[in-house]
Design a protein around this ligand. Sequence first.
Ligand code: SF4
Length: 112
Amino acid sequence: MRTPAGTECPYYYEDFHRGRSHQECRLIASTPGGGTYSPDLCARCRIPRIVLANACPNMVLEARVVSGLLGLRRRVEIAANCTRSGETVREPEIGCGQCHIDFPAMTTQEDD
Ligand code: SF4
């Protein structure tokens, strides 16, 4: 679904039918301690770019709302983990590389 920022995000949901006014981020809502979603958070959120770049089924994403000084400048902090390697994925757009080992065709000759 298209977010208020104009990006496609699989975690965004809204319902404005028949007088309703409901907007939510299902990723923030499903993350323990995720915080409270507000539509302005989508503008600077990395998740739409991450899911576009990396569709790995083993990567689990979490999103938490964090604030700067005095509770201002709220933003979404991302965490990614691989269920296969059990490790933190440092660059979610790329992945941890564990799956690339199983598919050598996905690596270059120099990697062998
Ligand atoms: S905050 Fe990020 S993950 Fe949540 S709906 Fe907006 S763009 Fe998607």
